[in-house]
Design a protein around this ligand. Sequence first.
Ligand SMILES: *[C@@H]1O[C@H](CO)[C@@H](O)[C@H](O)[C@H]1NC(C)=O
Ligand SMILES: *[C@@H]1O[C@H](CO)[C@@H](O)[C@H](O)[C@H]1NC(C)=O
Ligand SMILES: *[C@@H]1O[C@H](CO)[C@@H](O)[C@H](O)[C@H]1NC(C)=O
Ligand SMILES: *[C@@H]1O[C@H](CO)[C@@H](O)[C@H](O)[C@H]1NC(C)=O
Ligand SMILES: *[C@@H]1O[C@H](CO)[C@@H](O)[C@H](O)[C@H]1NC(C)=O
Ligand SMILES: *[C@@H]1O[C@H](CO)[C@@H](O)[C@H](O)[C@H]1NC(C)=O
Ligand SMILES: *[C@@H]1O[C@H](CO)[C@@H](O)[C@H](O)[C@H]1NC(C)=O
Length: 260
Amino acid sequence: MVMFYKICRLSRRSMAFMRFAFVFVCGVLAVSAEHWNVINPNTNLTCLILDADLSFNLKFLNDTSNQTQSYTADFNQTNNVYGECNAIHKNQSVNHLKVEFYVTSEEPASLLSSWTVEFWFGKPKDSATFQLVDYKLVTTRTAEIPFSGTFERPTSAEAEIQAKDRNAFQCSDTTLGLNNESSIQLRNLRTIAFADLNSTDFPKEQQYELCSTDAKTSKVVPAVVGICLAGLVVIVLVAYLIGRARAKRQVTQTIKAKGK
Ligand SMILES: *[C@@H]1O[C@H](CO)[C@@H](O)[C@H](O)[C@H]1NC(C)=O
Ligand SMILES: *[C@@H]1O[C@H](CO)[C@@H](O)[C@H](O)[C@H]1NC(C)=O
Ligand SMILES: *[C@@H]1O[C@H](CO)[C@@H](O)[C@H](O)[C@H]1NC(C)=O
Ligand SMILES: *[C@@H]1O[C@H](CO)[C@@H](O)[C@H](O)[C@H]1NC(C)=O
Ligand SMILES: *[C@@H]1O[C@H](CO)[C@@H](O)[C@H](O)[C@H]1NC(C)=O
Ligand SMILES: *[C@@H]1O[C@H](CO)[C@@H](O)[C@H](O)[C@H]1NC(C)=O
Ligand SMILES: *[C@@H]1O[C@H](CO)[C@@H](O)[C@H](O)[C@H]1NC(C)=O
């Protein structure tokens, strides 16, 4: 009972801070992803949106030593964005996004050349509305990575990024495999293609299909919340019963006292 009161007092005092922390953390999470979109000039509608934080795990072959050397790089800043809503790629009709960007580096920005990442979304024959069918990364030398290279999607790569109907696709953390055992990591990914959106951002009412890892956690979170609520109900019930028992005893004692 005392503990319960303590928790209540504590939570009331820390509520304001918690709310601030929540808004702060969620705000940061919401704005941290890069945002790119492609507009169809014929209709002025957005056909493609891709929001994500990118980082890269790359392996280069050192010709001198005949050994592969591994590097990681983080996206820093977009330089240029190109896109087409009605393009043909590898014989299929696609939505195309091409981003020129800089990676984080010790090197002064004036000396850096941009890297390029491209995404092609197709319309698969099955029920999905869009699917990421191809991607490509072209890197240039930096102070940290003394190699440049072109990395492509291996033919064996899985195709998880897709959605049905008017849904978008969402994943908190997913990896796109590249050849030479390299990869692009996408965090806080939200994307849609073959869409006709009024705005350049996702509408509030947008529905998302989750990647399989997020779908699993989205089942765990409600379960945890449910258990916590059940625990709270038990605590309140116990507190109530203790309180009632105590009140009863007091009443009995008062009656006894009056009886004397
Ligand atoms: C698209 O927008 C531009 C400028 O906002 C406007 O001039 C043009 O007429 C619009 N085109 C269509 C097809 O709505
Ligand atoms: C990828 O591997 C191939 C064959 O091992 C090699 O020729 C090529 O240079 C590698 N690419 C990069 C960017 O290191
Ligand atoms: C390639 O390997 C050689 C021999 O190990 C090494 O001296 C050289 O620095 C390496 N090159 C790069 C660009 O790391
Ligand atoms: C490089 O190493 C691979 C195996 O690690 C070997 O098969 C290949 O012959 C080597 N090439 C050269 C030029 O030494
Ligand atoms: C492209 O598609 C057309 C018609 O579907 C087909 O005739 C042609 O062989 C395809 N080309 C390639 C390179 O796949
Ligand atoms: C990221 O880009 C900004 C703007 O160009 C630059 O000032 C900053 O130094 C870059 N950060 C890193 C770590 O490269
Ligand atoms: C587009 O925007 C206009 C006004 O902003 C709205 O009336 C209309 O319903 C929107 N259309 C779609 C398809 O969302």
